[in-house]
Structures are given as structure tokens and as C-alpha cells.
Design a protein around this ligand. Structure first.
Ligand code: 1GP
Length: 267
């Protein structure tokens, strides 16, 4: 699993991929599972599970179990039906945790991250040290990632006590990208905060892209395909959306919206 997952997430591809972020504090496991099936049907390539507040071992684990069960059912159904592509359903479920207290052994992997512009040792190294033995024992594949929060930052910025990257701070973001690469991380995530009033600026994404060869992930405040396209053109390998899916309770409608989003992102 570990080689497959690292290759799947980090090997450069043509085009930008979409991942849906599920916050277990905002939806029941059943609703989360339906949204994930709709997202994967629309072409999403990864499912991240996590949130900045109110996630714990129980809601994270129950959510991941429900998602995996739903995806396994669809995979099985597709293997019985020659019209459906089985391969497309093989989408990893990866923890995107707020800390060591919100993990699940059912996850395929974990973004094992350093909140690089945090001002507290808690998110720079302490949560990681606390969680590492559990992650190792549970066999969850760590995906080493530098995580940097840009303005406006939202709850993630507040909880993480981040010294935000402000508009136009391209040299600073470059230095973080170089630092992440020097640490040997495979991924670099530029976060504007969930529900951000504006997403990470293309100039900041471009500065990170030009400063490292890491898999570049961008999220926060991205609500439509044209915004995703600007981030993709600036160099993002992955676009993450969370709130967007939470606006839809109807799975068919969500699938239509995400299909349009993903098509436009790579148009
Ligand atoms: C959070 O960037 C993600 O880490 C998602 O943000 O909820 O605004 O899509 P949104």
C-alpha cells in the first residue's frame, strides 16, 4: 500500500486532480459516504477526512468506515457490470488531521504534516510525536507534507496559531517551499482556511511552484471551476474543496456540480 499510495498522490500527472475534504464534525457518516460516492463518480481522485475543530477518534473512524464501505460496494457493483470502470473507484481515503486525537486505523494514509508557519511547537512537532506510534502501529501510510496557512486563514489559522502568509509575500512562500523540500517532504499544501473569503492568490501558488518540485496542494475558499482553474494554471497539482460539497444534500446534484468543476478546472 505505501508505495502505491505515495506514487498515486505524488507522481506528477498531466492535469490537476481534485480531492474532496470531509469534515466529520459537519455531517453524519452516512451523508459523508453518499457525498464521497458522488464525488468519485464525478472524477474526484482522493478523499481527505479531517477538520480543525470537533473531530475525535470516534467521529473520524465512523466516517472513514462508512466511506470505505460505500466505495467498496460501488467497486463491487462495477466489477459485476462491464459498463462501469472498476479502476476509477480505487480512490484512497486519507486522514487530514487536526492532531493526534483524531485518527483512525481504517484510513489508507495520513498527510503527516508540519504546520510550518505555526508559532507553537504543538503543531510544528508535538502533535506529530504524539501520533507517530499510533500511526506506525495501525499501518497508516504517512505522506510527509509541509502545510502553510495563507491569509485569511480561517479557523485553521486561529487554531494553528499561524503567522499567516499575507498577500504578495511571494519570497516568504518560496522560502517555505524550499524548506519543505529540504526536509524531504513529498507534498506542500497552501491553505487559505476552510470557507475563506478568498482563495490562495495565484502569485503565491506560482512562487511555491517555481521554488520546489513537491506535489503542490491548494485549498480553502475554492467554490467553482474557474477559481480552481486559476490555481491549476499557477501550478497546483491538487485542488481541495470542503464546503462546496456540504452545500448539497442531493447526491445527483453534487455529482453534476463536481463534474462541471473538474472539467472546467482542467479546461
Ligand atoms: C480546508 O482547504 C480546505 O483545508 C477546504 O476549504 O472548505 O473552503 O473548500 P473549503
Amino acid at each position: 500500500m505505501s508505495e502505491w499510495l505515495r506514487d498515486y498522490v505524488c507522481r506528477p500527472r498531466i492535469g490537476t486532480r481534485h480531492a474532496i475534504l470531509i469534515d466529520p464534525a459537519d455531517q453524519t457518516p452516512d451523508v459523508a459516504a453518499k457525498r464521497c460516492v458522488a464525488a468519485v463518480s464525478a472524477g474526484s481522485s482522493m478523499i481527505l477526512v479531517g477538520g480543525s475543530t470537533d473531530t475525535d477518534m470516534e467521529n473520524v473512524h465512523n466516517t472513514i468506515l462508512a466511506i470505505k464501505e460505500a466505495l467498496e460496494l460501488v467497486t463491487w457493483a462495477s466489477s459485476q457490470d462491464s459498463e462501469l470502470e472498476e479502476e476509477g473507484w480505487n480512490v484512497p481515503v486519507v486522514l487530514f488531521p487536526q492532531g493526534a486525537a483524531a485518527l483512525s486505523p481504517a484510513a489508507d494514509g495520513i498527510t503527516f504534516m508540519m504546520l510550518m508557519n505555526s508559532t507553537t511547537p504543538r503543531f510544528l512537532i508535538e502533535e506529530q510525536v504524539e501520533g507517530a506510534p499510533y500511526i506506525r502501529q495501525a499501518g497508516i501510510v504517512p505522506l510527509p507534507m509541509g502545510y502553510v496557512i495563507c491569509a485569511p486563514g480561517g479557523r485553521a489559522g486561529e487554531v494553528g496559531q499561524a503567522k499567516l502568509i499575507e498577500s504578495g509575500e511571494t519570497e516568504r512562500v518560496s522560502a517555505y517551499a524550499m524548506t519543505a523540500e529540504s526536509y524531504g517532504f513529498g507534498m506542500f499544501y497552501l491553505e487559505a482556511g476552510s470557507g475563506a473569503s478568498h482563495p490562495v492568490e495565484p502569485d503565491l501558488i506560482r512562487a511555491a511552484r517555481d521554488s520546489c518540485d513537491l506535489t503542490l496542494v491548494v485549498g480553502g475558499g475554492i467554490r467553482d471551476g474557474s477559481t480552481a482553474k486559476r490555481a491549476a494554471q499557477a501550478g497546483a497539482d491538487w485542488i481541495i474543496t470542503g464546503n462546496l460539497a456540504e452545500e448539497f444534500d442531493d447526491a445527483d446534484e453534487l455529482q453534476r456540480v463536481l463534474t462541471k468543476f473538474i472539467t472546467e478546472m482542467n479546461s
